[in-house]
Design a binder for this molecule. Structure first.
Ligand SMILES: *[C@@H]1O[C@H](CO)[C@@H](O)[C@H](O)[C@H]1NC(C)=O
Ligand SMILES: *[C@@H]1O[C@H](CO)[C@@H](O)[C@H](O)[C@H]1NC(C)=O
Length: 490
């Protein structure tokens, strides 16, 4: 059996499927996502400033699997109308894309707005709305202006001002038409990957300090951008805004690892959610305690996990209109043995909580090793979030499956389908989930994987200067789900 047949069989056994109605609730919306650096190209046109991903790929090509970069990528800077045509063919309700900060504000600061940058996003937004496709706009999807990085980037507390100034420009220019916003995509990829693992832009290894400074400043930056919207734009535009977290579901490896699995969830989800979504705000207490102990063990006289003031706790708490999550898979955790060498989080283990990561043999593998496929984990994750942070609206802002690029991508179809079934079950169990987003609309620059890892409903030929897009089988599948507003009976 192919892996997906195992999953489908599992889904059939776990629910009384013959009586299930696989129709989505009225108003449930389907979308697809991309991000600026991964699709736009045109990295140096007009007055666009350099971003940290421009710098990183140009100076450290050896850190990208195929030595490639996003200089041209899908050329969506020029081909956005083709992208919209493809979205129309899919029947998308909304399109999630991000704004390139250094395209809109060439030097990162809000004193100079690029006319060409503003025009590009205005055209894209108007083009979408003309076709009845709502824009869901991410302000920050990892491409920090390089000159802000030169001033410390996310480790400098002033980033909260820089980011909220940028957010204000974006709301002023586009807020009359954009009603759904995400401040920041995947904090873990912004703080943990570069500073814990030394990978991805800016690729600065500083696990004891950089990660934590970035974590705290990022929460403050998000909160400030939220409050700018709340105070200056909401009454006028009546939109909604939150941040988007990547969450992996953690299961205990052995009977003894239940507490550790909970701690791992707090480590992965809590560090970037607790301050915003919990009733009490601030850090997850268990994580704050462990970080203090770790700091002492490493010889620091006090915790290098930066504390929040009471004022900061209040400032960050409640800065959301919904919970947005990107979900790809699950992991197992067990306690490390004495002297066991741990890889860095998030590409190995979780040294901060002394946890080793693994995968269940029955969780199908895919080409991206950190994604253990466990669709039920998504439903468990949603329940965990509701139990810990309360009832609210949930959006899946990314879910998708990597391949090497075959046009007949049955495995991607099955991946999307089994996750959609879990979503329907979650909704029936009382989770208020309103949006599902496929990552990605089309193949694009997949960060350190370059162009070797393909997530697209549409294939993009990166060897052809015209970057033609071709629908894969999954595009037809997704279009049918959207049209029927339902999955087929099993
Ligand atoms: C822009 O970058 C490309 C490489 O991607 C280079 O060939 C071209 O000369 C650059 N254009 C300008 C105006 O610097
Ligand atoms: C879901 O949340 C939205 C926004 O908070 C609310 O309007 C709606 O009634 C909720 N739906 C359910 C089924 O609870």
């Amino acid at each position: 059996m192919a892996w997906y047949q195992v999953l489908v069989l599992g889904a059939l056994l776990s629910v009384s499927w013959c009586t299930e109605d696989w129709t989505f609730p009225p108003g449930f919306k389907f979308g697809a996502a991309t991000s600026a650096y991964q699709v736009e190209g045109a990295w140096n046109v007009s007055d666009k400033g350099e971003s940290i991903w421009d710098r990183y790929t140009h100076t450290r090509p050896e850190d990208i699997a195929d030595g490639s970069n996003g200089d041209v990528a899908c050329d969506s800077y020029n081909l956005w109308q083709t992208d919209i045509d493809n979205m129309v063919d899919l029947g998308l309700h909304y399109y999630r894309f991000s704004i390139s900060w250094s395209r809109l504000l060439p030097n990162g600061f809000a004193n100079k707005i690029s006319e060409d940058g503003a025009r590009y996003y205005n055209n894209l937004i108007d083009g979408l709305l003309e076709k009845g496709i709502e824009p869901l706009v991410t302000l920050y999807h990892w491409d920090l202006p390089q000159n802000l990085q030169d001033l410390g980037g996310w480790t400098n507390p002033l980033i909260a001002d820089w980011f909220s100034d940028y957010a204000r420009v974006a709301y002023s220019l586009f807020g009359d038409r954009v009603k759904m916003w995400l401040t920041i995509n995947e904090p873990m990829a912004i703080c943990d990957v570069p500073y814990n693992a030394g990978a991805w832009a800016p690729g600065i290894l500083s696990p004891d300090h950089g990660t934590h400074l970035c974590n705290k400043n990022l929460l403050l930056a998000h909160a400030k951008a939220y409050r700018v919207y709340d105070e200056e734009f909401r009454a006028m535009y009546n939109g909604e805004i939150s941040l988007s977290n990547i969450l992996f579901w953690f299961e205990p490896w052995t009977e003894d690892d239940h507490d550790l699995a909970e701690l791992a969830i707090q480590y992965c989800a809590g560090r970037y959610s607790h301050a915003i979504y919990s009733k009490e705000g601030g850090w997850p207490p268990a994580i704050e305690k462990i970080m203090e102990e770790n700091s002492k063990k490493k010889g620091y006289s006090k915790s290098n996990f930066p504390a929040f003031t009471q004022e900061e706790i209040e400032f960050i708490k409640g800065t959301f209109d919904y919970f947005a999550l990107n979900f790809y898979g699950a992991m197992l955790v067990r306690a490390a043995e004495e002297g066991e060498q741990l890889g860095p989080w998030p590409f190995g283990d979780i040294p901060d909580i002394n946890a080793v990561i693994g995968y269940r043999p029955e969780w199908p593998e895919n080409i991206v090793s950190i994604l253990g496929i466990y669709p039920e984990g998504l439903r468990k994750q949603l329940h965990w979030l509701k139990e810990n942070y309360g009832d609210m609206k949930f959006l899946i802002t990314e879910n998708g499956y990597p391949t090497r690029g075959e046009p007949n991508d049955q495995d991607r179809i099955e991946y999307i389908e089994v996750h959609l079934r879990e979503i329907l079950l979650a909704i029936k169990e009382g989770i208020n989930l309103t949006h599902y987003t496929v990552w990605s609309l089309m193949d694009n620059f997949e960060w350190a994987d370059g162009y070797g890892t393909r997530f697209g409903l549409y294939e993009v030929d990166f060897n052809d200067p015209l970057r033609p897009r071709t629908p894969r089988d999954s595009a037809a599948f997704y279009a049918k789900v959207i049209k029927n507003h339902a999955l087929d009976e099993e």
